[in-house]
Design a protein around this ligand. Structure first.
Ligand SMILES: C[S@@+](CC[C@H](N)C(=O)[O-])C[C@H]1O[C@@H](n2cnc3c(N)ncnc32)[C@H](O)[C@@H]1O
Length: 203
């Protein structure tokens, strides 16, 4: 594996560890068989509750990019499988298989989030939940304009991450209805701090 790939994974892991306090508010709502899209370096694993029985992680990044990912998978209380693939293609899972689908700071990066949400909907069991925490577009027009101006540079620097996506709209256009949602600002730098946490279902 190229050294650049390892360094990017290490950097991602460091940056995303800063969000650990916000993880339980989302992972705590997961249960049963869980599909985690944008598994990253496995930082959510230790934050899942006892209701989680098995977890399948999907991410185009290799799980071997840093050793910590395998350690976290091995330390989980439940079996964890990793599939190295993009979520905005066809997922190799049967329709209706999963009780919960989870994304944490991932819809910002998936090139075609609507396609990914359509697949997430397909593999979710009837009555299943999509739970997420995502950063996105600020409510203040002035801040949002800065996000629009700086997004092209940021996207190049940050592996395809967009700082200005309208998360709630995207989730709804992807065919989900929000059951609960909460907007807040995280401790991340101002333009990246506008966060939406939610629970959604297929109406
Ligand atoms: C900001 S990181 C978040 C990682 C992890 N969810 C966390 O909370 O630490 C975004 C993740 O989305 C993944 N990603 C990028 N494009 C993707 C795609 N098309 N399908 C699924 N995951 C993707 C990246 O590889 C990366 O691991």
């Amino acid at each position: 594996m190229a050294i650049g790939e390892r360094f990017s994974a290490w950097l991602l892991d460091w940056a995303m560890r800063q969000m650990d306090d916000l993880r339980p508010g989302t992972t705590g709502a997961a249960s049963g068989e869980v599909l985690e899209i944008g598994f990253g370096t496995g930082l959510n694993l230790r934050h899942y509750g006892p209701e989680v029985k098995k977890l399948i992680g999907v991410d185009p990044m290799s799980p071997d990019a840093i050793g910590a990912t395998a350690d976290r998978m091995a330390a989980a209380r439940f079996p964890v499988e990793h599939h190295q693939l993009r979520a905005d293609g066809t997922l190799p899972f049967d329709a209706g298989r999963f009780d919960t689908v989870v994304t944490t700071w991932t819809l910002c990066t998936i090139p075609d989030p609507i396609a990914a949400l359509a697949e997430m909907r397909r593999v979710l069991a009837p009555g299943g939940r999509y739970v997420f925490v995502e950063h996105g577009r600020a409510e203040s027009e002035q801040t949002a304009r800065w996000q629009d101006r700086l997004n092209p540079i940021w996207k190049r620097m940050a592996g395809g991450c967009n700082m200005n996506r309208r998360t709630a709209e995207i989730v709804e256009r992807g065919g989900f209805a929000l059951l609960e949602s909460e907007r807040f600002q995280s401790d991340a730098p101002a333009l990246l701090s506008h966060t939406l946490r939610g629970v959604a279902h297929v109406p």
